[in-house]
Design a protein around this ligand. Sequence first.
Ligand code: C5P
Ligand code: MG
Length: 161
Amino acid sequence: MSALRCGLGWDSHRIAAGRPLILGGIHIPSDFGLEGHSDADILLHAITDAVLGALALGDIGMHFPDTDPRWKGAGSAQFLQHALQLAADRGYSVVNVDTTVILEKPKLKDYRQQIREAVAATMALSIDLVSVKFKTAEKVGPVGEGRSAEAQAIVLLQATR
Ligand code: C5P
Ligand code: MG
């Protein structure tokens, strides 16, 4: 069994009026939000895929199909916690997580601490192990034109036994 395993996650959702903008479980005040079958929390989806990736256990859609009515409007923390349980079952714990959210607006930096605290709580990690970064796409492409948002995550797991 490898002592360390890293995993990469990425997610993208369309921006839509009349939807909430939820990042890391935190509701961000905004005129628009993200489309999706679940709560469309791109940050938690990217982190979930990173954990599954580190375990080589497929991806979030394999474990939580968006055709399944059970996941309609579902809070994404349960997806991440399920992936973390799969890691724990295999004897792995999270060393740290680093993420980037790419969204043209609104400005997110004032919510960084709140999002980090929420992600850390969901993952049962200390906050200094959770990094959340924000970028615009400089008005270029679908993200830059305000049509979508993206999130990237990398997670390092360590063997606990
Ligand atoms: O994309 P850009 O390099 O112009 O972002 C500059 C800074 O603005 C970033 O360091 C980030 O902290 C912040 N930012 C933000 N909310 C966004 C995009 C960027 O707070 N939606
Ligand atoms: Mg998603």
